[in-house]
Design a protein around this ligand. Structure first.
Ligand SMILES: C[S@@+](CC[C@H](N)C(=O)[O-])C[C@H]1O[C@@H](n2cnc3c(N)ncnc32)[C@H](O)[C@@H]1O
Length: 377
């Protein structure tokens, strides 16, 4: 067995926890039963969890944006070292070329830094290392072209040195080193920046399944003022948008859009309507939002998708956040929705993005009308 593919239990891991959850780190380290924790750069921590599987398991996983087994650590000061790029690239080739990673991606330990030094160094290191890994296939700009289940060589670089490991994008919880990246919205409308949140969610989803097809009809709950709506429309989707508050006037005549003013709890889809996906970004109590989603999920096509923003207003401790997550996902499971995955997106602050799937078809029963090729009703 390749020792790199299966990290030993004592292996150190690089994990990323968003700055907004910095206060939660000591509790999470306790839950991981890690004897040590070293902070690196911005939002990164080196830990040694008693059971590495715990990183991708609840209750800890909700806070771990991204994780990587450290197969190669080189604590050093790259800035004050001669020939850093060549030495680092040669070491990577020696250690990892035989494992044939699908690609090699270099990220920054402090991506928030405005200093371009490490950005340039990362690009030089990737360029030189790729000359030594001739079989590596995926271009850096096409991160979504990676096989989510095949190992990628991820490297993180910064003032503290170079930290690398081989892990699949799905196991690491993101295509990029460090997770998802802020994905700019397609639409030029400046209605709200929430459009970037759904763009990032659809990018992240590709780790697990393809996004709904361009003909899809979305039911959006909590749509006002319409940042996400405009992003979905810009991708060619049809949208039924429900909110107590109005949408931005620029969306008034948007093709493919139907707006329903009022409470999601009392929205009744026209008879026979089936949606490909539900997007819920309602604020208020998370269990109330899930109740509305579950009632309307009966109008989802078999295997349909639910993207649900888990709002945590009024919840601050690690335990309470984990309890809220457990309560909402249990409620969803009882209502027939399977949790596919969850993450904390770059755009999320004190909230998480959860992905559920509706039950797949029972082919023994005839299917009623689907709305995929019709206009929103
Ligand atoms: C965070 S904002 C949504 C932002 C929106 N997704 C965007 O992209 O611009 C939350 C919205 O949820 C709506 N909301 C909360 N509870 C609701 C309910 N029960 N029924 C309908 N709308 C609701 C609020 O009116 C508010 O506009």
């Amino acid at each position: 067995m390749n020792p790199i593919a299966t990290p030993p239990p004592s292996c150190s891991w690089l994990i990323r926890i968003a700055e907004v959850f910095e206060d939660a780190v000591p509790d999470l380290i306790r839950q991981l039963d890690s004897p040590a924790c070293t902070k690196l750069g911005h939002e990164y921590y080196v830990v040694r969890p008693a059971d590495p599987a715990a990183l991708r398991r609840m209750p800890v996983a909700i806070f771990i944006r991204w994780c990587l087994p450290l197969h190669h650590s080189w604590p050093c000061r790259p800035r004050s070292m001669d020939g850093f790029v060549e030495k680092a690239a040669q070491a990577l080739a020696r250690k990892f070329a035989a494992a044939k990673p699908q690609t090699l991606l270099v990220g920054l330990l402090d991506p928030s830094s405005t200093d371009s030094y490490y950005k340039k160094l990362a690009s030089n290191l990737r360029g030189r290392a790729l000359q030594l890994f001739p079989a590596t296939a995926v271009p850096a700009r096409e991160v979504e072209a990676q096989d989510p289940d095949a190992p990628t060589l991820y490297c993180l670089l910064g003032n503290e040195g170079l930290f690398c490991g081989l892990h699949s994008p799905k196991s690491a919880n993101g295509f990029y080193p460090g997770g998802t990246r802020f994905i700019s919205q397609n639409s030029t409308a400046t209605i709200s920046r929430a459009g970037a949140k759904v763009a990032e969610a659809l990018h992240y989803l590709r780790l697990h399944r393809l996004p709904p097809p361009p003909t899809a009809h979305w039911l959006e709950l909590g749509a006002s003022p319409g940042g996400m709506t405009s992003e979905l429309l810009a991708r060619g989707y049809r949208v039924t948008a429900v909110d107590r508050a109005p949408l931005h006037p620029s969306l008034a005549a948007a093709p493919g859009l139907r707006y329903v003013g009022g409470d999601a709890a009392s929205f009744r889809p026209p008879q026979g309507t089936q949606y490909d996906a539900i997007l819920s970004d309602m604020n208020g109590a998370a269990q109330d939002s899930m109740e509305a989603v579950l009632r309307l999920s009966k109008h989802l096509l078999p295997g349909g998708l639910v993207i649900f923003t888990l709002k945590t207003a009024g919840v601050s401790s690690v335990d309470d956040t984990q309890r809220l997550f457990a309560a909402v996902t249990t409620q969803a499971a009882r209502g027939g929705l399977r949790l596919l995955t969850q993450t904390h997106l770059t755009y999320n602050r004190h909230e998480f993005t959860l992905f559920f799937v509706a039950p797949v078809a029972d082919h023994s029963k005839p299917r009623s009308d689907t709305s995929s090729s019709s206009q929103p009703k």
